[in-house]
Design a protein around this ligand. Sequence first.
Ligand code: 6R9
Length: 651
Amino acid sequence: MQSTYLPPSAFSARAAIPDMDAYHALCAHAERDYEGYWGMQARANLDWQVPFTRVLDESEAPFYRWFGDGRLNVSYNCLDRHIERGLGGKTAIIFEADDGAFSHVTYSGLHARVCRIANGLRARGVGKGDRVVIYMAMSVEGVAAMLACARIGATHSVVFGGFSAKALQERIADAGACVVITQDEQLRGGKRLPLKSIVDEALALGGCGSVKHVVVYQRTGGGVTHVSDRDIWLHDLMADQPERCEPEWVGAEHPLFILYTSGSTGTPKGVQHASGGYLLWAALTMKWTFDIKPDDVYWCTADIGWVTGHSYIAYGPTAVGATQVIFEGVPTYPDAGRFWQTIERHGVSIFYTAPTAIRSLIKASDMDPAVHPTNYDLSTLRLLGSVGEPINPEAWLWYHRQVGGERCPVVDTFWQTETGGHMITPLPGATPLVPGSCTLALPGIMAAVVDEAGQDVPDGQGGILVVKRPWPSMIRTIWNNPKRYQASYFPEELGGALYLAGDGAIRDKDTGYFTITGRIDDVLNVSGHRMGTMEIESALVAHPLVAEAAVVGKPDDTTGESICAFVVLKKDRPGGADATALAQELRNWVAKEIGPIAKPREVRFGDNLPKTRSGKIMRRLLRVLAQGGVVTQDVSTLENPAILDQLAKAV
Ligand code: 6R9
């Protein structure tokens, strides 16, 4: 058996779930009385304006409804109820700017800001059910904009600030947004990067006729074009608006947000979440997985453009009235000690980041011992978390030892945009930890490993990760595309009733612990960012010189995977300097079509791609070639085996 790490007894003594007996008791409650269990949690963790009488409605499965006749307001639950309980003066946000300046915002201060934005939006006709796209960097204003939408019942769709004008335009058009909230520029690692001008470009691409206003937060003061009647500064929108705003009470199923994510085919999917069930799980997992306490200083390094920034920055921490750090910058500026310095400076006690960041900081501190975490006072830390991709045992051990001083449990949290919150994760006061395993499903989450026909497989045998019962924070549908929702997540091949996560998994024979073995579809995970191979291929094929393209992932020590593209041109295959130049042009092209995160690390040119006789591209062979390997698999079905030699050579 691998070595296990038991929770420190002092940690367990104060923990929300103090031991495995308490964990099993909760699981047993959920097994015995599923609706009773979830109804109890929803009453205990949220404030309802109108209590629900019905917990789960499965009559239109897999379009499930949770707490359907209850009414609430998400921003009320994240702000007002804390203030009503005397916590108005508590720090909600410690904002750490890119340049190291920082400021504190209290719950009352955040409430006032949210209300003024909400009133300003209402004054411009934005209301319940309208869509608002938020294209901003990490800021108090970004979080306040999200909460302001929730306050008036508008459905937000945050688009990551690294996405290109084209990617932004597609999302604005699909969501049919009436307002875009952005900022003049963003600051990252001492550099100023434009955001407002990218919005201008996106809107100029067309298809965005629904957009009536662009609201601009002035972050840097950099020059921006002002389109009269359309553009308005955020400070002007907020000026003269009262600091109170009556919340829009909505049904629990009201769409809180849409977040676009990559699937295995076609365009990005607009994952739609509801209000009540989503917020319940964001709040409850803050208490369980992060064991959040009133005096904790919590820091999640994610961006609001991803789901982690939704559940574990904008909504979860505020729903439980926590104090959190919000960080504008990057881990390596001014040097690779920035995370540790920030933890020391603000006395962070719970730290949540991604394996890719840990791996790059391991490298950096190997090269420059001055930025090693042990040079900083990290004694306030009591819990560490990981998210976004599998954490390899080496990185886990370094995180545990060098950052956590062997005193902090490490919670490896497995979940997805679609799941809304944590699914499989250790409980820090209860679960014995095994590096590289996300351990057990949270109470009420019926995760299982099945075969291709949807039948359970025995522990110790790998298979497909599914969830057998609906849960409150699950995706409700794909915006504009309910058919795709059903086909992607509840496929007929598995019987139509199991939620398909899209990952492979294996459970340990002795412990039942889950280990995630990676995506089983054509989704890549580069530095914890999800990307569809099809999306990148479509971008490449949109280039005038490209006839055909196939994209595969290649394992990478730091980023988890890197993108390798095999390209066939409409003209002859280039060589030498021409090939290098064209490869660079195509990389930049993809950055422009999707965003810099989708840039292939490597581009190889061939006269063709390896195809079966029926014309299917054999990606498994390309994966071998990308890794520099020799194809030893059976290639008898291959139409053109000679192409493998050509593609084996990098440009
Ligand atoms: C939260 C988030 C989801 C995909 C998921 C899986 C991978 C996330 C993981 C993990 C192993 C973990 N993933 N956490 N794999 N261990 N702890 O990342 O959402 O961007 O939708 O990505 O990320 O492959 O299916 P999202």
